[in-house]
Design a protein around this ligand. Structure first.
Ligand code: GLC
Length: 727
């Protein structure tokens, strides 16, 4: 349906020639009290309500999708709002194209007798992601990993500027869902599995709405989806949250209470159910709890055609309209059949099924936000912010957010950070050079898509920029061509984009066969493998982890992939902490902190680079290995001859000898083994013909290196992680 809408939208816009010259924002002449900006908002609302007909009030509560509505429809039906569903964009998809669309629809709304401006809603959920060229910030799961509410507030402000620059004034964000089962396709839209973490990130609302809703570039925010969308059984999207009310209040309600405290202007009701009762018909939770107990004074908005679901049959009936509005729904998102909806709503009021007081309450809430936004004085797009869309400043902010969102989960032998200089680096993986994969769903289109779909920097491009000419970077998507001459292999793997229920995973939560094949090729080379996981959730990788030297959870970083390479090369030491408990196995789901299950990595886990003290050397002593190490030195270089004996009782296949240098030595080339270096860490593995070391066997190899002065002997050696006797 959404794809159809998007196509129809494009045709409609071109056919109707809406790209008229934008009109300046002008304040309507103050003739009537509601048109007088010097009066208190409440007084203006009361005056306006008193002038509105039933048609005015009914229309004000209905939001239609832009693909199926014209400016003339807004005039005729007095519609209060228009939205863009995911990917529903004008042609051209440019700041001017969006602002022209907005202004043309606004002219239709202002042609009504009372000239009530419409409000335009869009899913700007990680930047203004429907607009071509926009800055795409990390999705919320990565922002939760930053544990940085101040950063998230700045992201809200930047997003507000890019929304304003495209003419819109309302975003359906933030999702303050508390994701409790990683199978849920919207896990990445959650800041984390714990209410306190999610609540801490509601600072984004302050960034979006500013100090005043009529302040520069302020837009209306939406806390969504009320309530319990992240707690459905088995993580089924739009499913049933089967909890006691006490559990619902403890886990899923707090972020909404915090959003209300911060003055969030709208709240979107969830498709899901609470113990079998659809939220869109839940008067107790919407009216008694949200509006009564929590004191929410903004307006509620339904989700996409959600009223249709109330009776379990397709389409909607007047009875469903009555149920939803009487439950406390104020603005109804009716993407397509909005004309039918207007008729049912009017009839329901005329028949007394919906009391006029409920209609007036809904209108009062909606009009209050429109007055507070300043829409009556400044109804047209503020094009002065168009230049902020995709601006360097916003991309810099996004790159910092990417850096802070990276979570280092494994770093064997201190293989990270990688040195920028020396030797060759190998990059592989389907998501290494794929802006679409690194951005995920809700990017230009509803579902997102693989490929270089947006303006930005891929992770590979970030790696190349970081090393410049200091190293050779080879990229091979599937890992073919890797050999032992590389000092490290970076594999960027994970998930391809998805949104909502299409992202639900009921079966495996592991890597796909493409990624597994790539990783297998890299491992066979014996080169240290660094895995960068681009995914919307933790994945089931425990069985593979032992083959990896390092693991960095990158989540869905968005347009600024260089933030990932900043961490890989140590330009930013990782500070990210897991916002979700990481499973040992998919069978553990749901898996959350404190539930008594043993995870692979705990909630809050995250390593950093210990630049001051290298990892403690393995204990010397008998071990299961004997090494002889001798060098011939000259002023600028040296050669080394090494023999290693397996004194243990089991064959080592492949064997891997490791040590660290402390004097700035740099390995340059080797023979009879593949010797690679990353920072101070050196790894030697056998060639194909001497890859295995049987019990009691000895192998000898050599290498040359450069010196910057002294050539201190390595303090210790380890063979496959076990200490060696050294001579
Ligand atoms: C979707 C989503 C909601 C979004 C809305 C408008 O179905 O559930 O998060 O804001 O429709 O696109």
């Amino acid at each position: 349906m959404r794809a159809l809408l998007a196509g129809l939208a494009a045709a409609t816009m071109v056919a109707a020639g809406f790209a008229a010259a934008p009109e300046p924002r002008t304040a309507a002449a103050a003739v009537l009290p509601y048109q007088d900006p010097t009066l208190p908002v409440a007084q203006r609302v009361t005056d306006l309500l008193g002038r509105m007909t039933l048609d005015d009030k009914v229309g004000q509560m209905v939001q239609a999708e832009r693909a199926v509505v014209s400016p003339g429809d807004l005039t005729t039906y007095r519609l209060g709002s228009v939205l863009s569903g995911g990917g529903s964009a004008p042609t051209p998809n440019s700041a001017a194209g969006w602002a022209d669309l907005y202004d043309s629809l606004q002219r239709g709304a202002l042609a009504t007798p009372l000239q009530i401006p419409m409000i335009y809603g869009i899913d700007a959920v990680h930047g203004n992601n429907n607009v071509a060229g926009a800055t795409i910030f990390p999705h919320n799961i990565g922002l939760g990993a930053t544990r940085d509410p101040e950063l998230v507030e700045r992201i809200g402000r930047a997003t507000a500027e890019e929304v304003t620059g495209a003419g819109q004034d309302w975003t359906f964000a933030p999702c303050v869902c508390v994701a409790r089962n990683d199978r849920w396709g919207r896990t990445y839209e959650s800041y984390g599995e714990k209410p306190d973490l999610v609540s801490s990130m509601t600072t984004v609302i302050d960034g979006l709405q500013g100090d005043r809703l009529d302040g520069p570039a302020s837009v209306l925010a939406t806390a969504k989806h009320y309530v319990g969308d992240g707690g459905t059984t088995n993580g089924v999207d739009q499913g049933d949250t089967q909890l006691s009310e006490a559990e619902l209040r403890a886990i899923h309600l707090p972020p909404f209470a915090e959003a209300v405290r911060r003055g969030v202007g709208s709240i979107m009701i969830s498709f899901s159910s609470f113990n079998g009762a659809k939220l869109h018909g839940h008067k107790y939770l919407i009216t008694d709890v949200l509006k009564g107990e929590l004191g929410f004074t903004g307006f509620t908005v339904s989700d996409w055609a959600a009223v249709d679901q109330l009776d379990g049959r397709t389409g909607f009936t007047q009875a469903e309209v009555v149920t939803a509005v009487n439950a406390g729904l104020d603005m109804l998102m009716v993407p397509v059949d909005w004309k039918t909806f207007v008729g049912y709503l009017r009839a329901a009021v005329q028949s007394g099924q919906i009391p006029t007081s409920r209609i007036d309450d809904a209108n009062r809430r909606i009009l209050t936000k429109k007055f507070e936004l300043g829409l009556f004085e400044h109804p047209y797009a503020d094009r002065t912010y168009a230049s902020t869309i995709g601006s360097a400043a916003h991309r810099t902010l996004a790159r910092q957010a990417v850096r802070e969102s990276q979570v280092l989960l494994k770093n064997q032998g201190g293989v990270l950070p990688l040195a920028k200089a020396g030797g060759k680096l190998f990059v592989a993986g389907k998501s290494a050079d794929d802006l679409g994969n690194q951005s995920g769903g809700w990017t230009l289109t509803w579902q997102g898509a693989s490929g270089n779909t947006i303006t930005g920097t891929s992770i590979l491009q970030g790696i190349r920029s970081a090393v410049g000419s200091q190293s050779t970077v080879t990229y091979s998507r599937d890992g073919s061509g890797i050999d032992g001459t590389y000092r490290a292999a970076i594999a960027v793997v994970g998930e391809t984009p998805y949104a909502e229920g299409q992202g639900d995973r009921t079966g495996s939560l592991g890597l796909d066969s493409t990624d597994l094949a790539t990783l297998s090729r890299l491992r066979a080379s014996g080169v240290p493998v660094i895995v960068v996981l681009v995914s919307g959730r933790p994945l089931d990788i425990a069985s593979e982890l032992g083959n990896w030297n390092a693991l960095l959870a990158a989540w869905l970083p968005g347009s600024e992939g260089a933030g990932v390479s900043d961490v890989l090369f140590g330009d930013y030491a990782p500070t990210g902490k897991l916002p979700m408990t990481w499973m040992q196995s998919a069978s553990q789901q749901p898996l959350n902190d404190g539930d008594g299950k043993t995870p692979l990595f705990a909630y809050g886990y995250g390593l950093t680079y210990d630049g001051t003290t290298p990892p403690p050397p393995p204990p010397t002593g008998t071990g299961s290995c004997r090494v002889s190490y001798a060098t011939d030195d000259w002023s600028t270089g040296f050669t080394a001859n090494v023999s290693v004996t397996n004194t243990g009782t089991t064959a080592l296949n492949p064997w891997s000898l490791q040590w660290t240098y402390s004097g700035g030595q740099k390995v340059t080339q080797s023979w009879s083994a593949r010797v690679t270096q990353s920072g101070t860490a050196v790894t030697a593995v056998g060639e194909t013909w001497n890859a295995s070391l049987a019990p009691g066997a000895t192998t000898t190899f050599g290498f040359s290196g450069s010196l910057t002065g002294s050539n201190p002997r390595p303090a210790s050696f380890s063979l496959n992680g076990l200490a060696c006797q050294a001579s």
